[in-house]
Design a protein around this ligand. Structure first.
Ligand code: NAD
Ligand code: MG
Length: 272
């Protein structure tokens, strides 16, 4: 920690060269947390290529990655807002939503995706500080950001959260992380039932193994990173860009009858 995508070998494919848009999010205004790298970066690039303005929140230490994403969004002729700061802080969560709404002139796609994953081999090794940091990043921030954002979101808007296959098939070394991912699924399903009364949909993306900085920066032991994703049906991990089409679908009006669902993108490992 922190993990920089630009330092990975091989560098992940977030769609920089490969993602082509077709105007499916024209004029929309999006906020993506963790938009500097990995899955959030792939969603941010795809949203911009589909015609949306995109604000990205990220850890200040990961500003080098964020700078590249901002440049890619602006290259599409879209507005981008950089939001460096720590989402473990409630005041910052509320401030970043306000900065997005002011900067973009509204908000109608909210992707709550930033996450903390640090493995601990034994229950004795999982400190209160670890547990607290994981809960704050993955669950409290979800609530703080959603709570601040929803009053600004119009009918037709979409909320998307990133959970994990860990919500369904938890690893023994990810007690805290897996717990938060199951929590994200429950929270989003409950929120979906509440917000549909306002015409706002909420859905979950649950990735399996994806080649991002999260894993080699303490998310998994080194020997597991070397074999990461080998047990998927494809014998490899997913690339972040392979998640982008699901985020675009859930954000777009084409998903008008999709609410409270969990979309697995697991390479065949399944969610359930
Ligand atoms: P990533 O490290 O590239 O992205 C996570 C981002 O979250 C970071 O770039 C960082 O800027 C941000 N972040 C973390 N802590 C923060 C904090 N305290 N304040 C502000 N920003 C913070 O990794 P990723 O794999 O793209 O992760 C995105 C989401 O996908 C996470 O929720 C993760 O749990 C989930 N996920 C990843 C995988 C995988 O295999 N990579 C699998 C399932 C789920
Ligand atoms: Mg990052």
């Amino acid at each position: 920690m922190p993990g920089l995508a630009r330092k990975m070998d091989p560098v992940p494919d977030h769609g920089e060269e490969s993602y082509r848009g077709s105007g499916r999010l024209k004029g929309r205004k999006a906020l993506v947390t963790g938009g500097d790298s990995g899955i959030g970066r792939a969603a941010a690039i795809a949203f911009a290529r589909e015609g949306a303005d995109v604000a990205i929140s990220y850890l200040p230490e990961e500003g080098a990655d964020a700078k590249e994403v901002i440049a890619l969004i602006e290259k599409e002729g879209r507005t981008s807002i950089p939001l460096p700061g720590d989402i473990k802080d409630e005041a910052w969560c509320r401030a970043l939503v306000e900065k997005t709404v002011t900067g973009l002139g509204g908000l109608d796609i909210l992707v709550i995706n930033a996450g903390r994953q640090q493995y601990r081999e034994k229950i004795e090794d999982l400190s209160t500080d670890d547990f607290d940091k994981t809960m704050k990043t993955n669950l409290y921030a979800l609530h703080w950001i959603a709570q601040a954002a929803v009053p600004h979101m119009p009918a037709g808007a979409s909320v998307i959260t990133t959970a994990s296959i860990q919500a369904y098939q938890p690893s023994p070394i990810l007690l805290d992380y897996a717990t938060t991912k199951a929590g994200i699924v429950a929270y989003t399903k409950a929120l979906a039932k509440q917000l549909i009364e306002r015409g706002i949909r909420a859905n979950v993306v649950a990735p399996g193994p994806v080649w991002t900085a999260l894993q080699p920066s303490g998310g998994q032991p080194d020997e597991k990173v070397e074999k990461f994703g080998e047990d998927s049906d494809f014998g490899r991990p997913g690339q972040p860009v392979e998640l982008a089409p699901v985020f675009v679908l859930l954000a777009s009006q084409e998903a008008s009858f999709i609410n409270g669902e969990v979309y697995g993108v697991t390479g065949g490992k399944g969610v359930g």
